[in-house]
Ligand binder design. Structure first.
Ligand SMILES: NC(=O)c1ccc[n+]([C@@H]2O[C@H](COP(=O)([O-])OP(=O)(O)OC[C@H]3O[C@@H](n4cnc5c(N)ncnc54)[C@H](OP(=O)(O)O)[C@@H]3O)[C@@H](O)[C@H]2O)c1
Length: 265
């Protein structure tokens, strides 16, 4: 794999320049996406539509589209020269990333119950995004990111790590609640209760946003920041859409529940 990278980049300077450009491009895409999402919902799940291509079974879509987010980084760690994987801050950040994507790509898809098919366009975009982001995060952390050893005791790293952990637990717990709303064979929707759903309609999204904001705080790089912002744009829009959808669908939907931020929004 080193040979592939050296064919693509004539020097390490060229590769880190590319990684930085990728992060800025992700920020640009986040801005474009935030405007687009004012007019349309990302078309999958309850907003799935045949306008965006043929339907891909939900479990297959989630497994295949998320797989590169785990395997591209794994290949980078196993088969490229990694200058910084022996340093504790880098190791911890890489572990956070893998913990999330081990669950998301190898466990989550197989637990889905009655999920709506994903249109091909959404599936293909998610697949490309996972390759792009997987390479950007882990190549940067494994080879280029330089942190002093004491960074693990810095307030930014400590706060970010705690946020990451709280967010991850909230995300996994909230997805578990949603999954258990359906009995075998059911595909309809019910009002979620328990955990952070008592406060917000998008509890799983709040968890995921908190996770990647924590990761960005701990990682202190443009690459992790771009991912946190992109995630926030996509998932906050989805939380707001779900919240409005619940309010129109269920007359008895709890009125005190907010869309994304408890008590506020
Ligand atoms: N990092 C990122 O940029 C990013 C982007 C997208 C998603 N994600 C993460 O991926 C996970 C799934 O995202 P998602 O957008 O698919 O979440 P979602 O719309 O909340 O749906 C999650 C699952 O629960 C089911 N479900 C949702 N609400 C339900 C209800 N009221 N009653 C019964 N079943 C319900 C859905 O079924 P249906 O398919 O039938 O709706 C789907 O299988 C989340 O943890 C999210 O944070 C991350």
């Amino acid at each position: 794999m080193d040979a592939v990278l050296s064919t693509l980049f004539y020097s390490e300077g060229a590769e880190i320049y590319t990684l930085d450009c990728m992060a800025y491009f992700m920020l640009f895409m986040a801005a474009c996406t935030s405007v687009t999402l004012l007019f349309v919902n990302v078309p999958y799940g309850r907003y799935t539509s045949s306008k965006y291509g043929f339907p891909v079974d939900a479990r297959v879509a989630w497994f295949v589209q998320e797989m590169p987010a785990f395997f591209v980084p794994l290949c980078l760690l196993l088969w490229t020269t990694t200058a910084n994987t022996s340093v504790l801050p880098n190791q911890m950040l890489i572990a956070m990333y893998f913990c999330h994507y081990f669950q998301r790509s190898l466990i989550y898809p197989f637990l889905i119950k009655g999920g709506k098919p994903t249109p091909f366009a959404s599936f293909a975009l998610a697949f490309v995004f996972c390759i792009y982001n997987g390479y950007m995060q882990i190549r940067y952390l494994s080879h280029y990111a330089e942190y002093p050893e004491y960074w693990v005791t810095h307030p930014c790293f400590l706060t970010g790590s705690v946020l990451w952990l709280v967010g991850w637990l909230m995300n996994v717990h909230s997805d578990h609640i949603l999954r258990n709303l359906r009995k075998p064979g059911e595909t309809g929707y019910k009002i979620p209760t328990g955990g952070m759903f008592e406060y917000v309609s998008g509890a799983n999204f709040l968890g995921e946003i908190t996770e990647w904001v924590g990761f960005a705080l701990a990682g202190h790089s443009i690459h992790s920041l771009a991912f946190a912002i992109f995630t926030t744009v996509v998932l906050s829009s989805r939380a707001v859409s779900h919240h409005k959808w619940y309010l129109t669908k269920f007359e008895n939907y709890p009125r005190s529940r907010k869309a994304l931020i408890p008590f506020l929004f």
